[in-house]
Design a protein around this ligand. Structure first.
Ligand code: IPT
Length: 998
């Protein structure tokens, strides 16, 4: 006999709420007094709601309860367990049902209300509770709500009394809502956003829906406001101000508890992300006053393009999750404010609320600082894709109202914000009727914005065609299709900032700038979701799987432009330079003439100045400012940089560096803030050859297979069996502890995750070795010449290299190394490309300081070097590293012409005949490969030195495009030459500049 399963309250997708008020706008200002209910609450954690103690909702429970701070997520307070998955639900797919073992938190607190307060109404507002909850006030059920990332308000006027009041909230981790909240993030629960009581006037202004658009000439503003009153019949006053100046005001008599305002604002100051001008609308009655900030702007699709105020815009955006390493999804106003300021400082103009509405203040800040927002409904059911029934609930009419509710409440809350330009109906949820209905409902509420949903892959109901992680070739095709009868395209996600990378961003930006149809994209993502941990005296960040959580997508959540400690990753600098709204290029054939292209959509170049510098390998020898730029948006102008001719020093490079800086203070940065930096080689060459210093005659000594060639300036040892230089020393001190040996391997980066298996378990690139073919030693004039033939290959591979290492030891103490590497293949199997080709050697561990001339100061890779410039930089070996949360290849610098490695005075100078890629590290590639967290990386006994003829790009293949072909290192012949010498560190530069004729 089977009885039908009884639906529990939290397993009923058609029950959207009990007693929850209609969603409404969040006012910027409100005269109604508020009491914050943040702070300590009594807390009881249970394994299932049914296990709640008898009478828990009653005012006086005398059980021993824990305390918990609100807002917080309970998993970060020691209850339940941490679990991270990208796609998977943690239980069987059986919607709307959820596990019987359903972690539950009962929260209780008391609040005293006085008689004065009780004269008005009492509204209890939760800004965010994950995932569903019941509320009791003084023992009576006050309501039920869900949708974790939206507010819920309950009118509890009838339930409160003078004196002490008891509030009980029972929060369910799993609910039918969970089926729609399967975003790629930690599973976290509790009252995680603010809670407050609002003392709402009996005659309150309940809602005020503002639409501030422009007339057909985009000159004058048209303001309409629809005000909804609770009980009030009477006069409603309103006033519109701009920066404290009254623009207009009037009074209207309410009709059926509504008021409609329409006002024309002549010569209005428009809102755009570049000019975030806000008016203030104040609406008042005798009892109540509210404020709404108003931005006049118009969003349209015209001629196939998204336009703001009739101008085609390009979105240079980022995906933002709410996250804090100690608090999970619980963030603060201060954190979000600094996020938004950082986005602005790094040239972003747009943000997508992936994948749920953020806190109310998020939008206020975007309005104020100027970011276009895609506001996204809290809706994702990605796990259904896994079972190959993606549209299971997306097409089920029984779920329709749940889809609609999530969208409609978002719109009702956020529709007054000028920053919001698109409503996104959710993420990764297939496509079906429930989205079609949601789109209709959104349009009925707000037709002034565009609708987005990537899952609507034919853009059947959306206004924009959105794709994610689209490969370059495909994107180009989308661009080439043009705008005729086509919807504009955006990439809601691209450029996966997981670990080291993404590289190749410039290729995307070039397409965005080239094709009219492509209107930019949103990088994935802002912040690493690492969890701060102190354990056994170690401080580190945990990711999925570190809590014994299985299955987990591990470090797939460590994919942000900001590390959890909020330090910018190299990718943030790269992205900022790639999207910089002012582009400086040199006119071909000229050294002084430059084109300045204005990629701002609204600002003219009069807001910036050009600070230029003539650099002599990093030292400024001339500089100037040009502040008369004027190009209009999307236009360009040409300037001549008026530097004087100068006498070039011998063997020295000169660069012209151009910084585009803000001319005035703005709210996110001060005057002088650098928007873009580019450097141009001046190609002024003054080659001077000198005679190489001499020195005592070199002596040769061979003992136990070790050949020592030395004089007072140098001592180098070669192993005659291993065919290798094994040390380089002077005055009894070793500088090199092992000489060059070829390598093709780098510690796998996240973006190589799909290459790793082949590279390491098929081609065994980490298992390389060299075999000695011959060692020839001879002296030629006063020099020693050691020529070593080697065969380089990897375990069980038929591809490899014939290498000829030629060492020339000079009496001056210099050792010139020339490597000629010829590829061989005697079979067929070989990798499509390699992480790198070059050599590595070892330095004395005591040498922990470095100076180099090359790209810097931060790390650079062939497809990610826009943010670096040529210069002479200083660092310690450790400071060259980027401490990626998940250890991997890092700290590489491209285009290095020389480097010095030293401890105190004397150091090893290595200068290249042609620039090479370079890494210096205290950690071997193998230890980086094995370690799961930075503290586990085993320190090497030497300083490890890589010199790369070529290093592969980073790409974005952990989710997205591979390295582009031109950034893949193919098996190819190569050669490299560099000279090693021990010199006083203060002479690195002079020595590095010497060129010899002999
Ligand atoms: C895409 C998701 O939308 C996002 O939440 C995140 O998981 C991102 O990928 C990767 O970090 S989904 C992916 C299947 C393209």
């Amino acid at each position: 006999m089977t009885a039908s399963r009884k639906k529990k309250r939290w397993e009923d997708q058609s029950l959207l709420e009990i007693n929850r008020r209609e969603a409404r706008t969040s006012f910027y200002g409100d005269s109604a007094p508020k009491i914050s209910l943040n702070g300590e609450w009594k807390f009881q954690y249970l394994d299932a709601p049914e296990l709640s103690p008898e009478g828990f909702e009653k005012a006086d429970t005398d059980q021993e309860w824990d305390t918990i701070d609100v807002p917080s997520v309970w998993q970060m307070r020691g209850y339940d367990k941490m679990h991270y998955t990208d796609v998977l639900y943690l239980f069987p797919i059986n919607p709307p049902f959820v596990p019987t073992e359903n972690p539950t938190g009962i929260y209780k607190r008391k609040i005293r209300l006085d008689r004065d307060w009780l004269r008005q109404d009492t509204i209890l507002k939760f800004h965010g509770v994950d995932s569903a909850f019941d509320v009791w006030v003084n023992g009576c059920h006050a309501g039920y709500s869900k949708v974790s990332r939206l507010p819920s308000e309950f009118d509890i006027t009838e339930l409160v009394r003078e004196g002490e009041n008891d509030i009980t909230v029972r929060v369910y981790k799993w609910s039918d809502g969970t089926w729609l909240e399967d975003q790629d993030m930690w599973w976290l629960s509790g009252i995680y956003r603010d809670v407050e009581l609002i003392n709402e006037p009996k005659n309150a202004i309940l809602d005020c829906r503002v639409d501030a658009t422009l007339d057909s000439a985009y000159q004058n503003g048209i303001l309409t406001a629809d005000i909804c009153l609770k009980n009030y019949q009477g006069t409603v006053n309103w006033r519109l101000e701009y920066r404290g100046h009254e623009i207009s005001k009037s009074s209207v008599y309410s009709k059926n508890r509504t008021v409609h305002i329409e006002e024309r604002v002549e010569e209005v100051k428009t809102w755009t992300a570049e000019t975030p001008r806000l008016y203030m609308l104040t609406v008042s009655t005798e009892e109540h006053e509210i404020k709404v900030r108003v931005g006049f702007r118009k969003i349209e699709i015209k001629d196939g393009n998204i336009r703001v105020n009739n101008q085609v815009i390009l979105l240079n955006g980022v995906n933002h999750h709410d996250f804090n390493p100690r608090e999970g999804r619980c963030v603060t106003y201060e954190q979000i404010r600094s996020d938004i300021i950082l986005m602005k400082r790094y040239n972003m103009n747009a943000v997508r609320c992936s994948h749920y509405p953020s806190n109310e203040y998020f939008y206020d800040l975007c309005d104020e600082f100027g970011l276009y927002v895609i506001d996204e409904a809290d809706l994702e059911c990605h796990g259904f894709e896994w079972v190959e029934n993606y549209n299971w609930i997306t097409d089920d009419p029984g779920w329709q109202m749940a889809y609609v509710d999530r969208n409609v409440r978002m719109v009702q809350r956020d529709r007054n914000h000028p920053s919001v330009i698109m409503w996104s109906m959710g993420n990764e949820s297939g496509f079906g009727n429930n989205f079609k209905r949601a789109a209709q409902e959104i349009r009925a509420l707000d037709s002034t914005r565009l609708i987005h949903y990537e899952g609507d892959s034919d853009a059947e109901v959306t206004d924009v065609y959105s794709t994610m992680y689209t490969r370059i070739q495909k994107l180009q095709k989308i661009g080439e299709m043009g705008t005729d009868n086509k919807k504009p395209h955006i990439m809601c996600e691209y450029g996966h900032a997981m670990g080291n990378g993404p590289g190749g961003l410039k290729a995307y930006q070039n397409l965005f700038r080239r094709y009219k149809r492509l209107q930019g994209g949103f990088l994935w993502e802002w912040y690493d979701h690492g969890v701060y941990t102190e354990k056994n005296g170690k401080k580190f960040y945990r990711y999925g799987g570190d809590f014994g959580d299985f299955p987990s997508n591990k470090n797939f959540c460590i994919d942000g432009l900001l590390m959890p400690d909020r330090s910018p990753s190299p990718a943030l600098f790269e992205y900022s330079q790639v999207i910089a709204p002012v582009e400086v290029t040199r006119t071909e054939g000229s050294i002084r003439e430059f084109q300045i292209k204005n990629y701002f959509d609204f600002l003219s170049l009069s807001v910036v100045e050009i600070d230029w510098f003539i650099e002599e390998e990093g030292t400024v020898i001339q500089s100037g400012i040009m502040d008369h730029l004027s190009a209009k948006p999307h236009n360009e102008e040409w300037v001549e940089i008026p530097f004087h001719s100068f006498r070039a020093k011998a063997n020295t490079d000169y660069y012209l560096k151009v910084c585009v800086c803000l001319k005035e203070d703005v709210n996110y940065a001060s005057k002088g803030h650098i928007i873009s930096t580019v450097q141009f080689p001046l190609e002024i060459t003054n080659t001077e050859l000198s005679e190489r210093e001499t020195g005592e005659e070199l002596t040769f000594k061979e003992d136990s297979h070790l050949l020592t060639i030395e004089n007072r300036n140098i001592s180098v040892k070669f192993h005659m069996v291993y065919g290798k230089m094994v040390s380089l020393s002077k005055d009894g001190k070793d500088y090199l502890t092992d000489g060059p040996q070829m390598t093709v391997y780098r510690a796998t980066i996240d973006n190589d995750m799909y290459k790793k298996e082949d590279w390491m378990n098929r081609y065994f690139i980490q298992k390389s070795s060299e075999q000695t073919e011959y060692v020839n030693v001879k002296s030629k004039e006063d020099k020693a010449l050691v020529t070593i033939g080697k065969y380089f290959g990897c375990l069980n591979q038929s591809w490899g290299y014939h290498c000829v290492y030629e060492y020339t030891v000079y009496p001056s103490g210099q050792v010139k190394v020339n490597l000629q590497a010829q590829r061989v293949q005697k079979g067929k199997l070989e990798p499509e490309f390699l992480p790198r080709i070059g050599i590595f050697m070892k330095g004395n561990k005591e040498l922990q300081k470095t100076k180099w001339y090359g790209l810097g100061p931060g790390e650079s890779y062939p497809d990610s070097k826009s943010a670096s410039s040529m210069g002479i930089y200083d660092s310690t070996v450790d400071d060259l590293q980027t401490r990626y949360l998940y250890p991997q290849e890092n700290g590489h610098r491209e285009n290095v012409k020389w480097f010095g490695l030293y401890a105190d005075q004397d150091g090893l100078l290595c200068k290249m005949e042609k620039p090479l890629g370079w890494n210096l590290s205290n950690y071997s590639d193998e230890s980086l490969e094995i370690a799961q967290h930075p503290y586990e990386i085993e320190e090497a006994e030497d300083v490890l030195i890589h010199l790369d003829y070529l290093h592969s790009g980073l790409g974005s293949n952990s989710c997205g495009e591979e390295q582009q072909e031109k950034y893949k290192v193919k098996l190819q012949n190569f050669s490299m030459t560099f000279t090693l010498q021990v010199v006083d560190k203060d002479h690195f530069l002079t020595k590095a500049r010497e060129r010899y004729w002999n």
